[in-house]
Design a protein around this ligand. Structure first.
Ligand code: 13P
Ligand code: SF4
Length: 331
């Protein structure tokens, strides 16, 4: 009987169909740990994932840390609990490995705000500019770039470029404006943004800060300029985590995706973390709907059937790899 079930599962797998029905009695975290060992797979997860997924990760981190870990992986399979551009980056660095993403629809509004054809035309208008792209973009955009950066190393990447060199920065205009301020460089910005970080309300944050006068306000650089201007610390998810661990305050208003609060609370159980308020009270806007598409069930199925898999054209991977490797070398 077991043989027949395996045969049917294999046929389903070959057809690209993955069954979503899972035995209700199955302990999913245990089953996922078991599959990791059985398949020699490694699980990389971003801080914006559901807490139960974060807890299962072999490597949990921000975009830079996850790209660095992906570059060192020895396992046969990389399972990426994050969004598409992150898994795609892992595949570009590891073209011969199998890279899985629990839900292929886990995209990114920022990456979507930069269509490759439009960006190629934009780039052609500035033929002498060096193209720096934030890692939150598609492989096609990376292939059009000179160097990639993340929010952890963006200042360092910009500062590595000669001062008289013209720079295009894409796709995030908010991070771009922040970098112009931090580095004093005048960059040509692509008009892209993240829907999650643009949803924070400046007025409501100010009101909340008055309500909690002892709380420090900290923000991710994808937030809009007025929000960043009142932040006592601005940084990547890893930077925000480091800050709350090292800083002496006991409470923080946090302007980034709410998933980060799990790790903050875990590292600083005695401190209080308040998610920054958003414009629209009717939605869970400080949650990234793309990140939250990954669930334990999908993660289990994805590891069991080894689907969905990230596949990319080899020429595209080769072109996109160079700017990523330049970034990794610099970090
Ligand atoms: P970090 O690299 O800071 O984790 O940012 C990832 C991201 O998608 C922010 O929205
Ligand atoms: Fe993309 Fe924004 Fe989600 Fe980050 S939070 S993955 S930038 S949509």
């Amino acid at each position: 009987m077991k043989k027949e079930i395996d045969l049917i599962q294999n046929q389903l797998k070959n057809l690209g169909y993955v069954s979503s029905s899972i035995d209700k009695n199955l302990n999913l975290p245990d089953a996922i740990q078991h599959l990791k060992k059985e398949k020699n797979a490694v699980l990389l997860a971003h801080y914006y994932q559901e807490p139960d997924i974060q807890e299962l990760a072999d490597y949990l981190g921000d975009s830079l840390y996850l790209a660095q870990q992906a570059a060192k992986v020895e396992a046969d399979i990389i399972v990426f609990a994050g969004v598409h551009f992150m898994a795609e980056t892992a595949k570009i660095i590891n073209p011969t490995k199998k890279v899985l993403l629990p839900d292929l629809k886990a995209g990114c509004s920022l990456a979507d705000s930069c269509p490759p054809n439009d960006f190629a035309k934009f780039k052609a208008q500035h033929p002498n500019a060096v193209v720096v792209t934030y890692i939150n973009c598609s492989a096609e955009i990376k292939a059009l770039s000179d160097i990639v950066c993340t929010s952890s190393n963006a200042v360092k990447v910009i500062e590595s470029i000669p001062r008289d060199q013209e720079i295009i920065f894409a796709p995030d205009k908010n991070l771009g404006r922040y970098l112009i301020k931090e580095t004093g460089r005048d960059m040509i910005l692509w008009d892209g943004a993240c829907i999650v970080h643009e949803a924070f309300s400046f007025e409501k944050i100010v009101a909340l800060a008055k309500q909690y006068p002892k709380a420090k306000f900290i923000a991710h650089p994808e937030s809009e300029s007025p929000v960043l201007e009142i932040a006592q610390y601005v940084g990547s998810t890893a930077g925000l985590l480091r800050y709350v661990q090292e800083d002496a305050s006991s409470s923080y208003i946090v302007a980034t995706e709410a998933g980060i609060l799990h790790e903050m609370q875990k590292r600083c159980p005695q401190k209080t973390f308040i998610p920054a308020p958003v414009e629209d009270d009717t939605c869970a806007c400080s949650e990234c709907a793309f990140m939250k598409l990954n669930t334990l069930e999908k993660l289990y199925n994805c590891m069991l059937y080894e689907l969905p898999e990230i596949t990319l054209d080899s020429k595209l991977m080769e072109q996109a790899r160079r700017p990523i490797e330049r970034m990794l070398k610099l970090s």
